[in-house]
Ligand binder design. Structure first.
Ligand SMILES: [Zn+2]
Length: 353
């Protein structure tokens, strides 16, 4: 899972004041200061404050960051979002060197587990093709930008099939590793989408794997990406699927919630609406084959039931045992995340972006 944060103008923040998150159990954890939190309305339906879906959510990594958070659901469009949430200045404290995407690990199964994954993924591969979709470059010298490129494994794979590769990554250590894989220090911008500067119509493809759910303003992020793509250019995004069976089974313990790092929770329907709003047209959609979300959800549920720390040797073993169950649910047709390919449309005349 990769991540990148954006900053910059968001017109949809309803109120920053009065958003103090109260302490649920005395002595357990300090609440963040009032000025560190913000409340927001629905991204797609201005003025819709939503109804509370879950409240009292803690940092999903065993409460390592301060505060309690709530999820809201819009009654008009079904979008789900975090509110109150950390603001742009303070959200960084919920990402540390222990944040898994910043670690240069592949998590590839080996031995019998690899064999099990191979067999369980067979129905998926027959229906959808390779587990990891690497698009071929449309022409010689075609340019791809990977947003939230982490340590650059995708950039390396895309470079090997002929893409001219570029990246954006917030974490300086991960960005250094990515730049080495991309073929040059200047190929990975260290910072946010809002701060990165690229010419208009510069890329043939933009990839953003598990990124959009992390940003404070997905509309501003997509508008920026649209400017960097030529008309007809492709956007490939993947996200957790809040409409999945796995999400409904695990509820507030579903690992895809990952509060407070995940600001928005999309379904295929709400993502399509967001993409249409920002002048993209969905051309393909497929579930992602993975078991880590299921493993994380089982781990989180059990850790909560027995009130134990999230990361212990025991919960680690539980996670490892549960991952193949996630592969099985994918084989049966449910997946906790999905991938969408969309084309950049021409912006209708008279519409400013
Ligand atoms: Zn809405």
């Amino acid at each position: 899972m990769h991540m990148v944060l954006e900053s910059g103008g968001a017109g949809f923040i309803a109120s920053v004041s009065g958003s103090r998150v109260t302490r649920r159990r005395a002595g357990m954890m300090c609440s963040p200061d009032e000025h560190e939190m913000e409340r927001v309305d629905c991204l797609l339906c201005p003025g819709s404050t939503g109804v509370t879906l879950y409240s009292g959510l803690r940092d999903a990594y065993g409460g390592s960051g301060p505060g309690y958070f709530s999820l809201k659901r819009c009654e008009q469009c079904d979008l789900i979002w975090l509110s109150p949430r950390p603001n742009r200045e303070t959200v960084g404290k919920y990402y540390g060197s222990r944040y898994i995407p910043y670690q240069d690990q592949t998590h590839r199964p080996e031995g019998a587990r690899a064999l099990m994954r191979r067999w369980l993924s067979l129905p998926y591969r027959i229906r959808y093709g390779p587990l990891h979709q690497i698009l071929p470059p449309p022409h010689r010298g075609a340019k791809v930008l990977d947003i939230g490129c982490s340590s650059g494994r995708l950039l390396e794979a895309m470079r090997q099939v002929g893409w001219d590769v570029w990246g954006i990554e917030m974490d300086p250590a991960a960005a250094r590793r990515a730049a080495a894989r991309a073929g040059g220090e200047d190929r990975v911008f260290v910072g946010t989408v809002a701060d990165a500067v690229f010419p208009e119509c510069n890329f043939d493809l933009v990839t953003a794997s598990h990124v959009l759910e992390h940003v404070h303003d997905p509309i501003a992020t997509l508008e920026r990406i649209h400017r960097w793509l030529c008309v007809g250019g492709q956007l490939q995004v993947s996200l957790p699927n809040i409409a999945s069976l796995e999400s409904r089974i695990f509820g507030r313990h579903w690992s895809g919630l990952d509060s407070p790092r995940h600001m928005y929770h999309f379904s295929p329907a709400t993502l399509s609406r967001l993409l249409a709003l920002t002048n993209f047209e969905v051309s393909a959609r497929r579930p992602q084959f993975q078991g880590s979300s299921f493993g994380g959800s089982v781990k989180q549920t059990l850790a909560s039931l027995v009130r134990r720390a999230y990361a212990t040797p025991t919960t680690g073993l539980i996670y490892k045992a549960a991952v193949p169950l996630g592969w099985m649910t994918c084989a049966l047709g449910d997946s906790a995340s999905f991938e969408v390919l969309a084309s950049a449309l021409e912006i209708p005349s008279g519409v400013a972006q």
